[in-house]
Design a protein around this ligand. Structure first.
Ligand code: ODT
Length: 175
């Protein structure tokens, strides 16, 4: 099918299994939203509580107040929706000057063991396309995606209408 860039038509992961999704993911690619926040060295760890609810912590390098560089420690709780791969993520920082908010958190595709593609549309335009989105490409390996996963990820970027809009997210290990 040809992508029509309608947010409502975006295909997400079928039969999403949050237990298999749990654990640590390294962001290796990112399409930034307006008002970019997390820069690089982004690592997210998802957990499933005894109540079955998903939570996560994330770390990443940020620049606050124009020139103050630090490692942001972030927390998120996930509210389920009728579609298992579509969550609402409430998030906040360990410090009050970090970002907080409530975003969509969609898992577009994952094989659970190597790669995952996340997508969030913050603002849907009047024509149904996304006006402000961000998306992370996650790998279980800090070194990056396996060569065999790259075609799948490229196809999904295309379906999200975000091909060519990602940047590489370095893991320098300094944070
Ligand atoms: O970097 C940006 O500009 C947008 C970042 C949104 C805030 C991220 C908050 C993370 C909260 C806890 C961890 C969740 C894991 C999330 C995975 C993907 C979204 C970053």
């Amino acid at each position: 099918w040809a992508q029509d860039c309608q947010v409502a038509n975006i295909q997400v992961m079928q039969n999403f299994n949050k237990t298999m999704y749990a654990g640590t993911w390294y962001a290796v690619g990112k399409k930034d939203p307006d008002g970019l926040f997390l820069l690089d060295n982004i690592v997210a760890t998802f957990s499933i509580g005894e109540d079955g609810k998903m939570t996560a912590t994330a770390k990443g390098r940020v620049i606050i107040l124009d020139n103050w560089e630090m490692c942001a420690e972030m927390f998120g709780t996930f509210e389920e929706t009728p579609e298992p791969a579509k969550f609402k993520m409430k998030y906040w920082g360990a410090a009050s000057y970090l970002q907080s908010g409530n975003d969509n958190h969609w898992v577009i595709d994952t094989d659970y063991d190597n790669y995952a593609i996340h997508y969030s549309c913050r603002v849907v335009d009047t024509d149904g396309t996304c006006l402000d989105s961000y998306s992370l490409i996650f790998s279980r390996h800090p070194t990056g995606l396996r060569a065999e996963d790259q075609p799948t990820v490229t196809q999904k970027k295309l379906e999200l209408c975000l091909l060519g809009k990602y940047r590489r997210v370095p893991h320098t290990g300094d944070f």
